[in-house]
Design a protein around this ligand. Sequence first.
Ligand SMILES: *[C@@H]1O[C@H](CO)[C@@H](O)[C@H](O)[C@H]1NC(C)=O
Ligand SMILES: *[C@@H]1O[C@H](CO)[C@@H](O)[C@H](O)[C@H]1NC(C)=O
Length: 366
Amino acid sequence: MHSLSTLLVLGLSSWAAAVPAAPLEHRASSCTFKTAAAAAAGKKSCTNIVLQDITVPAGQTLDLTKLKDGTTVTFAGKTTFGYKEWEGPLISVSGKGITVKGASGHVIDGNGAKWWDGKGSNGGKKKPKFFFAHSLTSSSIVGLNVKNTPVQGFSINGANGLTLKNIHIDNSAGDYEKGGHNTDAFDVGSSDGVKIIGAVVKNQDDCLAINSGKNIEFTGGDCSGGHGLSIGSVGGRKDNDVENVVISNSKISDSTNGVRIKTVYGATGSVDHVTYSNIQLSNISKYGIVIQQDYENGSPTGKPTNGVPITHLTLDGITGSVTSKATPVQILCGNGSCSGWEVENVKVSGGKKSSKCQNVPKGISC
Ligand SMILES: *[C@@H]1O[C@H](CO)[C@@H](O)[C@H](O)[C@H]1NC(C)=O
Ligand SMILES: *[C@@H]1O[C@H](CO)[C@@H](O)[C@H](O)[C@H]1NC(C)=O
């Protein structure tokens, strides 16, 4: 009892305080932790965890994996991280029925500018990934205020029923050239039932990238500075099927691309029943809409292949403008591998028409 109370700073709930003979696990159900070590050591005895002003030591993960069912984790005050060149993640959460939220006025500051060298995950300093939301079931992450992730932000993998609501990510510290490249906001793979609602993202890579998974929704997002709302790249991983995705009611501004689907050259897999609906574009510098089946090692080959068909794609209400040097619509499909598309109210103005489109399916002009 004595050693436990020194280990945990117990925020005793009033009923527990009033019932001193309550079993230990009940009295320990609410805990405030001020160090990452205390959180890791005490997480199993609490279902209401408050992380208060934690500085996570360099090279360590704020380990919130395998939480008790139904645990609530609240980030309070400022959460920061020591500097080390390593792979991360800085934060990891797993469990069932978990709620992760932010207290009013909190910030989770990844201190990314210390790592940023303009090379992202393609070289230079080794940069830790930010937040592993892996193996979360029937859970939610709500209202987090995140700044300056060293490289990729939320990695969502193996989720079954996960809602991320009102997550704000601002990776805008430092100048652009030395900035936070490859700071994808949400990377989704091998998951079923993911909802990302009301995300506000300023970054330098995909706002959303879905590599595999099904029943995924992204709505009410506001993305700027990055590479747009992407499916892919699909192919060449363990899971290569994307099914039933709705991306809707979102804005993409000051970005290289708007709507993007990329599948890997020579690979196999599928992209089926993806809908983009009511997407507003502004100041897009490369492609308003780009759908390409020719991706290899991070860049296009110009030679689309048909092993990852894109079927039943709906583009409904994609409007706005690209810059004068950009291309409004670029479609590079393999022979017969884009079909069953429904296209309505696609009006992207500005830029120059593409001369490179291949195998464009019925319904869209290039
Ligand atoms: C357009 O977006 C770029 C980033 O792609 C940004 O540097 C520039 O300031 C934006 N222009 C306007 C007028 O907002
Ligand atoms: C496209 O595929 C069909 C069979 O599905 C084949 O007959 C045709 O020759 C192919 N065209 C090209 C240009 O490869």
